[in-house]
Every structure is written in C-alpha cells, then in structure tokens.
Write a protein that binds this ligand. Structure first.
Ligand SMILES: Nc1ncnc2c1ncn2[C@@H]1O[C@H](COP(=O)(O)OP(=O)(O)OP(=O)(O)O)[C@@H](O)[C@H]1O
Ligand SMILES: [Zn+2]
Length: 475
C-alpha cells in the first residue's frame, strides 16, 4: 500500500500521488507569534512532524514549509501594551516557538518564511486578483476579496456561497467603508490610527499590512509553486483561513494544494486550548516537571485527526507507557550492545506498522505493533537468544524512529532542564539563608553566602520581586 490521507476538501481518503514523482511539497500554517507556545500548538506540529518523517522514510524528498505570522492585530496590540516594538515582540516569541518545537523533536522545516519578508509576493498576488476582477480597493485603504466574483467560495468547507457567514474583518469598523459584501475578507489592511509607521508597507494601493489569509497563499506559492501536494494546519484554520487561502489562490489562477489535512485540536474540558480563552498549558511549564520525550509521546500517540482531550491523567499514562517501551530498549541494548543509528534508519519496518501509517497516519495502530514487538522482546529477554532480542530491538527502535521517539536518540534530553531545576532549588535555599542572616543583621553569614554563590559563577541581582539569579559569563 502507498500513503493514503484524509483530504478535508473532498472529504475522502485519497492516495497521495506526488505532482512531481519522488517529491512532496508540504505547507503547514505556523504560529502567529504573539505569545508563548502552549501544548496545543506543539500537538499540531508533532502531527505534521510524523507525516514529514514518514514521507522521508518512504523514500520521498520533502520540501516542508511552515510560516511565521510576524505581523497582525494581536502582535501590534500586545507589543503596544508592553511598550516594546512590534518586531521585537514577534522575534521574542518566534524564538520561543522554535525552542519548543526543538524540545519535542519536531524537525525544522526546509523553509520558515516570515510574513513580513514576503510583502512583494503578496502585492504581486493582489495585483493578479485585481486584474482578474476578484479584488477591489475599499474606501479606507483596505483591499478586499470579492466573494461574489468567485462561485466556488465555500468549497473547502462544503458550504454554499450563500450560507457562508459574514467575515469579521473590520466588522462594523470605519475600514469597512466600500466593502461590497459582508462575506468579503481583507487581503490588505490599511494602518489604523496610532499604529507605528514601520508596521505598514508602501503599495500601489497605499500603505498597509498583510491580511492573514493572503500571507499563506503568497508564501506557499513562493516556495512550493502554484500547485503543490499537501496543505495542513489545525482544524480551527479550516474556516475562514483555509477557505480564504483556497479562494484567493484559485481565483488568481493557481491550482494550489492537492490535499488538505487538518489536525484535531487539543481541548481542555471540551474547549480548544487557546491564549484567548486562558485555558492553556505552556510548553515550558509542562517541561518543568516532565521530560520532553514523555510530552512528545503523549502528543504523538493519538490519531492526528482526533480531538485530543487533555486531562490530569494524560501525562502519567504517557509516562507509564513510555517507561515500558524505553525500559525494554535499555535492557535489550545492555544485552546485545548498541545498534548503530544507521542500521536503525535502514531496517525493514514490520508490515503492520507501515500499513498503519499508510492508512492516514494511524499512529495508534502503529503503536500497537510497537507494543507487540516490545512484548516479544521482553519474552526474548527472559528466555530467548541474543539474536532474538536484537531482532526485536532493531524493529522497535526503527518504528519509534519514524515516530520521532527512538529512546536512544532521546537519552539525556531533559537532563539540562533537570539540572537547572536542581540548581534553582539549591540557589533558592542559599538565598533564603542570606535573607535570614540579613534580617538578623548577621552580615558575616550573608556575605559568606554571596561569596559562595559568586565562587560558583552565580550572579544575584536584587529586583522588586525579590532576588533573581543567573549564571555569569566566563571571563
Ligand atoms: N488547541 C490547539 N490544538 C491544536 N492545534 C492548535 C491549537 N491552538 C492552535 N493550534 C494550531 O497551532 C498552529 C499555530 O496557530 P496560531 O498561532 O494561529 O494559534 P492560535 O489559534 O492563534 O492560538 P490561540 O488561540 O491560543 O491564540 C495552527 O496550525 C493552529 O491550528
Ligand atoms: Zn495559513
């Protein structure tokens, strides 16, 4: 069997037939970098990471593009509240997203374009839409997509054009002046009063900044061409974001994506984990008490398309299952010696595992095969030959490698954050001793604590919220 994927546009499971044999172009909508990454963000990223790994393991050359939305209303608003330039705010959270993806083993994309670096491509796309009569400038400097000019509008989400709800772009605001139809969405947004001048770009239609939907169409075309194989994102992006991307790209004359994949959302108590709802768990907070591979295991183990209901048992259960798998790999490696990574990467995969992944990335079924081999491996460890143990070890590691979960590659990951936590506990105790000595006017003890910390290379600063410590530079 070859890879079949559930295409949300046609609502059928279809064989992936690459447009260019041997090569797959994949575009996944990345983060709007307005705040720290939560585990919902990395859940979707992990889902697409398994796809990329499986495509590559199947012998395909993958060009994987995941964008960064580094300008938008929320970024402008949050940065203004914090009194920092919008671009500094965006850069800060972009770095945090990259670190979070790295922490859970999401492979970096081939290209990671920022919206602000692709204004030329967006203007070019808008020009094509204006030329063909699918876009028009409003009265307040915005440029709108003309939904009525595009009878296929609604196709992605199976809505008749008449049933599509009004777009909330500028709803009720003065920018709406000249908007022809409530469903029309903004391709380009004129600056609002009070916004920084460097948050808008000159265009033939006046200064402005990108509408979110336009960005992805322009960047996908720039790196993958006018037709490419797969477009993905979380299910929340189907409407309006992906519907609008599809409409504007097709209306401009591009074939655009062949298959649309949508990852199920990570929910808490039935609601999408999101910054706006405030029901989020930050990646760093989870990693303060959990090793990254356990978080990765938890997020990988569910089918990418299912809704993930996060609850108090999620991590303990993942931890227990993971320990069983990793424990076998450790004991088997002790018995037979380390299997070289190259042998793992080239090993033949159990047929049931490959068939499960080819069936719309059915990771739960694929993990069931992993568990069968772990069971067989444990039996071999108890009373089999070293060769039997080694066969199971290679099979288990090879399958886990495809899922980004090979325990040998993860060994040691998380040690650094554990070390930092241990250090923090010790420094905090030292600082408490110093505070007590100071309160008792025991200056000798207070100075001795400070000297001990300085000797260890720890720099203490007093801040309004209490002392803060950092590791000083080496000089
Ligand atoms: N709770 C979630 N579960 C799964 N995927 C999510 C979740 N929240 C966001 N994503 C996905 O993460 C990627 C980046 O999303 P984006 O930065 O637009 O987040 P967002 O929806 O604005 O998040 P929030 O609502 O928390 O502000 C998208 O593919 C999006 O679908
Ligand atoms: Zn997008």
């Amino acid at each position: 069997m070859t890879l079949h994927l559930y295409d949300s546009a046609s609502r059928t499971t279809r064989e992936l037939v690459p447009l260019r044999p041997g090569h797959v172009g994949l575009y996944v909508c990345g983060a709007t970098v307005q705040g720290p990454p939560h585990i919902g963000h990395v859940k979707t990223a992990v889902g697409f990471d398994v796809l990329v790994r499986w495509l590559r393991r199947s012998g395909l050359d993958v060009t994987f593009v995941r964008n960064v939305t580094d300008i938008d209303d929320k970024i402008l608003q949050r940065s203004a509240e914090e009194g920092v330039p919008w671009w500094a705010w965006a850069a800060r959270w972009e770095r945090e997203f990259t670190a979070a993806y790295d922490a859970v083993g999401v492979l970096p994309p081939t290209y990671e374009p920022r919206a602000t670096g692709h204004v030329i491509e967006m203007i070019e796309l808008m020009d094509r839409l204006l030329d063909k009569g699918h876009a028009y400038p409003g009265e307040a400097g915005d440029v709108w997509f003309d939904v009525r000019s595009w009878p296929e509008y609604g196709a992605l989400t199976n809505q008749r054009p008449d049933d599509v709800p009004a777009s909330d772009d500028a709803a009720g605001g003065p920018e709406e002046a000249g908007k022809r139809d409530p469903r029309d969405f903004a391709l380009w947004k004129a600056p609002k009063p009070g916004e920084p001048l460097d948050a808008s770009w000159p265009t033939p239609y006046g200064r402005g900044r990108p509408g979110w939907h336009l960005e992805c169409s322009a960047m996908a075309r720039r790196y993958l061409g006018s037709a490419f194989d797969i477009h993905g994102g979380g299910r929340d992006l189907r409407f309006p974001h992906h519907e609008n991307e599809l409409a504007q790209s097709r209306a401009a004359g591009d074939d655009f994506a062949g298959i649309w994949l949508h990852a199920g959302l990570l929910n808490v108590d039935g609601a999408k984990m999101s910054k706006s709802l405030g029901n989020f768990l930050l990646v760093w907070d989870v990693l303060a008490t959990t090793t990254p591979v356990v978080l990765r295991y938890a997020l990988t183990a569910a089918h990418y398309r299912s809704t993930f209901e996060w609850n108090a048992d999620t991590l303990p259960e993942a931890e227990a299952t993971w320990s069983r798998i990793a424990g076998f790999v450790e004991r088997a490696t002790e018995r037979t010696g380390t299997v070289p990574d190259a042998e793992v990467a080239a090993a033949e995969l159990p047929a049931g595992f490959a068939a499960a992944l080819d069936d719309d990335l059915n990771v739960p079924a694929a993990l069931a095969v992993v568990h069968e081999h772990v069971r067989a491996g444990n039996i071999a460890l108890a009373d089999g030959t070293p060769d039997e143990v080694r066969t199971e070890l290679v099979a288990v590691r090879a399958m886990l490698d495809v899922l980004g979960l090979d325990p040998v590659r993860w060994a040691g990951a998380g040690d650094e954050s554990r070390a930092t936590r241990a250090l923090d506990a010790l420094v905090t105790a030292e600082l408490a001793a110093r505070a007590k000595a100071r309160a008792e006017r025991d200056w000798a003890t207070a100075d001795a604590v400070r000297a001990r910390l300085a000797e260890a290379g720890i720099v203490v600063e007093d801040s309004p919220t209490g002392p803060r410590w950092t590791l000083g530079g080496e000089d």
